[in-house]
Design a binder for this molecule. Structure first.
Ligand code: FAD
Length: 321
């Protein structure tokens, strides 16, 4: 039996949850790209996550937690190691917190849309800005997701973290260092769940606010194509989308990867885009925007995995500007 087969067998022995070996990432990333993942794991609960993490660390196998894959580009060569999906940790409940409001307790894999729907049903205000953000609770915390003036850091009360020494602990808001689209976390720390504090509000106004935010998204975002949300962080003084427009890049295309004609900060997959095409388009935008405006755009989207070693060369790329 090869080392690889032994590793796979040992992994199976440690997990009751689903395991997919050599699973194409393109089946999961919202933008529809990415090569094979050595092992994609779906642990059923925190105990199983701990066990798996301990096992992977012991064998020095790289791993990364994933949520809803909506801010992620996996390169075409795939991921050597394990991606740990938090999807099965999707519990959601509610607890009164006296005059302060109501706490929502959610597993890291719970979709933000479920939290938002619960808040709307219960006439709780504070997370209307989340309406339409397609991430999971864990991903949204890691990315400090935000929109229309609100951010996760404004509503989070505490997070349950599995730290690098394999211990779970609760971290209150003051211990969590959020910045724009980021929570500072040591590498390999996994967010297991969180609590959010919301206030009682006016049900009708909350519904109206959520409806308006979703309408704006439908109007402005290219939801008809696969995408990964905003590709670049907004510089302090100007939205990235405007800089991209001003640099004449709206609609620019490399293969099937295209700067959206609807919104300059979205790259859409027009059919069979590869990660390489998307990354080349990202590099082109960074170069052109810097030349034209002096702004060095930083990616918001997370890029992981290996480049494809053979094939997929630049020769086949069709660049249209
Ligand atoms: C159409 C569209 C619209 C979007 N609009 C917005 C928007 O308005 N505002 C905004 O901020 N974002 C937006 N996004 C981006 C994305 O939805 C958010 O960043 C979201 O919070 C990512 O969550 P996820 O579960 O998909 O994370 P993933 O894409 O799965 O992962 C993102 C990062 O978080 C890490 N991560 C995931 N789960 C965990 C965990 N449990 N513990 C530790 N690390 C973890 C991953 O390792 C990775 O580094 C949009 C995306 C799309 C496709």
């Amino acid at each position: 039996m090869s080392g690889d087969e032994i590793f796979r067998r040992e992994l199976r022995q440690r997990m009751s949850g689903e395991i997919l070996f050599d699973e194409p990432a393109e089946r999961h990333t919202s933008i529809g790209v990415g090569g094979p993942i050595d092992a994609l794991l779906f642990p059923e609960d925190t105990i199983e996550i701990k066990e798996i993490v301990h096992f992977l660390r012991g064998r020095q196998v790289p791993f990364l937690p994933v949520g809803n894959w909506t801010n992620l580009i996996v390169r075409d060569g795939g991921f050597r190691g394990a991606l740990i999906s938090l999807a099965r940790l999707s519990g959601l409940s509610l607890r009164e917190k006296g005059k302060e409001g109501v706490l929502l307790l959610a597993g890291a894999g719970c979709p933000l849309s479920e939290l938002t729907s619960l808040a709307v049903r219960e006439a709780l205000t504070g997370m209307e800005f989340c309406a339409g953000i397609p991430g999971s609770v864990g991903g949204a915390i890691r990315m400090n997701a935000g929109a229309y003036g609100g951010e996760i850091k404004d509503i989070i009360e505490s997070a349950i973290l599995l730290d690098t020494s394999g211990v779970t602990r609760s971290a209150v808001r003051e211990e969590l260092h959020f910045t724009y689209r980021n929570l500072d976390l040591p590498a390999e720390t996994i967010i297991i769940g969180a609590t959010f504090l919301l206030r009682r509000g006016d049900g009708k106004r909350i519904v109206e606010h959520v409806r308006k935010n979703i309408e704006i998204r439908r109007e402005k975002h290219p939801l008809e194509f696969r995408n990964a949300g905003s590709i670049f962080k907004n510089p302090r003084d100007c939205p990235a989308g405007r800089l991209i427009d001003e640099s004449g890049l709206r609609g620019a295309r490399i293969g099937d990867a295209q700067i959206s004609e609807k919104h300059g900060n979205f790259i859409v997959n027009r059919g069979r885009a590869t990660a390489e095409e998307i990354l080349r388009l990202i590099a082109l935008v960074q170069q052109r925007v810097f030349e034209r405006t002096g702004h060095a755009l930083e990616t918001e989207v997370k890029i992981v995995g290996e480049s494809r070693m053979i094939g997929g060369s630049a020769d086949g790329l069709r660049i249209r500007l």
